[in-house]
Design a protein around this ligand. Sequence first.
Ligand code: 2E4
Ligand code: SF4
Length: 318
Amino acid sequence: MTREKRTLLLAAPRGFCAGVDRAIQIVEKALVKYGAPVYVRHEIVHNRYVVENLEKKGAVFVDELSDVPADVPVIFSAHGVAKSVPAEAEAKKMFFIDATCPLVSKVHREAERHKKDGQEIILIGHKGHPEVIGTMGQLAAGEISLVETVADAENFEPKNIDGKLAYLTQTTLSVDETRDIVATLSRRFPSIAAPKKEDICYATTNRQAAVKELASQCDGILVIGAPNSSNSMRLVEVAKKIGCQHVSLVQRATDIPWDNLQGCQTIGITAGASAPETLVEEVTDAFAKRYDVTIKEVVKTEEHVTFKLPRELENVSE
Ligand code: 2E4
Ligand code: SF4
């Protein structure tokens, strides 16, 4: 029996970024150096498969420091934490390692610098996301105002009408939507200070550019990632905006919406920054079981970014 043909186009870059790779390595190496259990505050990255694999190796994921027993190491997730978190850990004499992505830490330092320079700060981001909680928590409550939409930017009222203003952003926002929000703020406050180098990180920018390139060539797009993963959800939105007919977020192959993809000959596949390549393979294997597949990679950019590990884990081999 001849099988129907399907073409799978894999976006490049896709999947793990340097910050995620570093954060997972921190947990793995901490398990080797200190032994299980190692506690992790919040999902180290927003991916169940990654979290469950680390749990099998002895990591324990908790929501708050108060859930961590005495005398075990605790790691802070890649998304960053408010200043109150390391402060609480120090007060309790806990041993902690910070797996915050260096590009999130950079935004934290910008917040402090603006405060020192007497600038009123706007953070463009999504309310309730751990990175936003962490960035806003670099300064005292009420110091940073959150702007989520163009409408928020239109309605924002500075506390001090003659004061200096600056904005920061979450690292995983939609490049296009953020441009519109920034344009609104700049129109209303022409002297607003922008980040020296944009806060939306290289990995977010590159994955959105790559999925745009795919979307114009595909009838359907699958984004591998979790619903609580900001950068993955932005990939879904970007693909939909380009006008791709069927765009779905799938956590694993079991989520593939076969019925919706029935009429799609060319299917694009990408993965959020927290989704491992194993899950991309799981998805392409599931297609290969049903169809006669041709797989091609569509390379938009190459990435060569790596981040150093914290000093205490540098020489630990897994
Ligand atoms: C830290 C910063 O922020 P998001 O929800 O996209 O996190 P996720 O864990 O999905 O991706 C890794 C990450 C971590 C991205 N930016
Ligand atoms: Fe860091 Fe960007 Fe990856 Fe987030 S998506 S962990 S900011 S490199």
